[in-house]
Design a protein. Structure first.
Length: 455
């Protein structure tokens, strides 16, 4: 007989996470900022005055459990609704029943799991009933509701943010699962606190994952002196690898790539390598990371180190040709290089200024002197008149303007002056001084370059 067969047959058909689901707030673990003594959500549940709300947080932190606690505590009719299996027809049927109940003084609490899976039309179907109070909507989502829930519906809901469950709370939950009858209380399983802590650590804040690992470990437990014992080796076999909180298509994807960018921008190679590893170990496409590094090489390094763009492009080629895991070291090389490179955002700043002028100002025609004149008619219309071919001049530069008249004197590129961009800054100053008549020294002469670099 296996250990699982030693559990009540009816209960054994359910996963441990379902059997151990809290029935009220006294059994709930984590989220003290919401359901701790005197906290707002706890008071709302205890007073049965919950508003329409969105419960937002990562998997396994208690969103559905809180909905069940509400179901057990409320004096309203509680309807469980799945965004995966239901459509507008089912929504309208439930709304009709809720409206009929409201006329009789009966409130309806509608729980919608994975509300982000509803499209705009489906979400819009809820709106009038939430507005007129026919239903109290409780939605659960792992995605940022700012992006996944219609703004009109979101504005009528209170958003509660649930956090990953702390390691100590997970250990407490696991210990309870071992002692309570609905868990493994009848089996007297032996598990050390340190092993439980390892299970909790592997779960990464996810109670469902922690209980699932424990269930698997108990099913494969060794017997020592007739006592079922879960060892570190058993747990290692069950988990295989640490579950990473990383969704390639969800909000965490953008959070982690943001962390990588900002670590490199802040010249912190240790943090950059960590966030890189989080993405790769979570299954991220290495080409996506390589593309972001190429962008970073110009956006945040630019001409302060022109080699950054060359290296980033080379790393993209390596990722494309090798794939994971071989290209992991190439990505590590580029994020460390970019983190330690001198920084300049002059390229992005220059483009953003120019783009703002291009969007917001009158689209003036190209000045005649720099227009192309391939036909006689164009030449008769003064296309290309007074154009000075820079290579024909001794200085290899002309004093003519290439901007529209209304933008004369506008400056977009302002080098930061770090790294190799110091040379660009000196060269640009020499060009501007000569073009604007502040210097007679040809801007590309060695004398002008050295003089301006000193200043």
């Amino acid at each position: 007989m296996s250990l699982i067969e030693g559990i009540d047959p009816t209960a054994a058909q359910q996963p441990l996470a379902s059997r151990m689901r809290p029935r009220d707030l006294s059994e709930f673990v984590g989220q003290r900022h919401l359901v701790g003594e005197g906290k707002i959500l706890r008071q709302m549940i205890e007073r049965d005055t919950i508003p329409s709300m969105i419960l937002w947080g990562p998997p396994g932190v208690g969103k559905t459990t809180l909905a069940n606690v509400v179901a057990n505590a409320t004096r309203a009719e509680f309807v469980n609704f799945s965004a995966v299996t239901s459509g507008i027809k089912e929504i309208k049927e439930i709304m009709a029943r809720a409206e009929a109940g409201r006329s009789l003084g009966v409130r309806t609490v509608l729980f919608v799991d994975e509300i982000h899976r509803f499209n705009k039309a489906q979400q819009d179907a809820f709106l009038p009933y939430v507005e007129q109070g026919s239903i109290i909507l409780v939605g659960a989502t792992t995605e940022n509701p700012s992006f996944e829930v219609n703004s009109a519906l979101l504005s009528r809901c209170k958003v509660f943010v649930l956090k990953s469950i702390e390691e100590d709370d997970l250990v407490s939950l696991l210990r309870r699962a071992l002692t309570e009858e609905r868990g493994f209380g009848r089996l007297a399983v032996e598990v050390s606190d340190e092993t439980l802590r390892k299970i909790a650590r592997f779960a990464n804040g996810d109670a469902r994952s922690a209980l699932g690992t424990l269930e698997s470990a108990v099913a494969n437990a060794d017997f020592k002196d007739g006592v079922p014992t879960v060892t570190d080796e058993t747990v290692a076999q069950c988990v295989g690898r640490k579950t990473l909180l990383y969704d390639k298509r969800g909000e965490e994807h953008y959070n982690v790539i943001s962390a990588l960018h900002k670590s490199m921008r802040n010249s912190d190679p240790d943090a950059a390598v960590y966030w890189l590893a989080r993405m790769l170990e979570g299954g991220e496409d290495p080409l996506y990371i390589a593309r972001r590094c190429i962008r970073f090489a110009s956006e945040d390094v630019g001409l302060a180190d022109p080699n950054a763009l060359l290296l980033a492009t080379t790393v993209w080629d390596a990722c494309h040709n090798l794939g994971v895991p071989e290209c992991n070291v190439h990505l590590t090389q580029i994020v460390v290089y970019l983190a330690l490179a001198p920084k300049s955002n002059a390229m992005e700043a220059a483009y953003m200024k120019a783009a703002a002028d291009a969007r917001n100002m009158i689209a003036e025609p190209v000045p005649l002197n720099i227009r192309n004149a391939p036909t006689r008619l164009m030449k008769e219309l003064d296309y290309g008149k007074n154009y000075v071919y820079a290579h024909d001049t001794e200085e290899k530069i002309a004093r003519m303007s290439c901007l529209p008249e209304s933008l004369e004197g506008r400056r977009y590129y302002e080098p930061a002056g770090l790294g190799a961009e110091a040379r660009m800054k000196a060269r640009l100053k020499a060009v501007r001084d000569w073009r604007e008549g502040r210097s007679d020294e040809p801007p590309f002469s060695n004398a002008a370059f050295v003089a301006n670099r000193r200043t």
